[in-house]
Design a protein around this ligand. Structure first.
Ligand code: SF4
Ligand code: SF4
Length: 115
């Protein structure tokens, strides 16, 4: 999920994929910022957001109703995969399109491609 407004009425990616990242990003590490209590071990060197390593993922930090109004309750401290995931209206991202389609939402068009 990014800062752009389309994400605030979506949230699909937060309930579609496993969100895993290096353990050093979490508060259990000296310079970590992602709340460790919202993570779980995934791999010897990786954590994931709770709720995302399951058949029907939904990140524990996601609030609201997908496709209506959502928010990330750790937005300022979200892990790197969330920061790097581009919304489809920022740039083409088939993973954004795929997540939105799962929840019946149309793909977004990159703003630069809109006439
Ligand atoms: S699926 Fe795309 S539009 Fe929806 S919240 Fe994620 S990045 Fe934003
Ligand atoms: S941490 Fe926030 S942005 Fe990342 S998957 Fe969870 S709810 Fe979405």
């Amino acid at each position: 999920m990014s800062t752009v407004s389309a994400c605030l009425t979506c949230g699909a990616c937060c309930a579609s994929y496993r969100v895993s990242f290096y353990w050093g990003e979490a508060t259990g590490a000296p310079n970590g910022y992602v709340p460790s209590e919202l993570t779980e071990n995934f791999h010897p060197h990786l954590l994931c957001m709770q709720g995302t390593n399951q058949a029907e993922p939904r990140c524990v930090a996601l609030e609201g109703e997908i496709g209506q109004r959502v928010g990330c309750r750790i937005y300022a401290d979200r892990p790197s995969p969330c920061r790097e995931f581009a919304a489809g209206d920022e740039e083409a991202n088939p993973y954004c399109d795929k997540a939105r389609a799962k929840y019946g939402l149309a793909p977004l068009i990159p703003v630069k491609n809109v006439a």
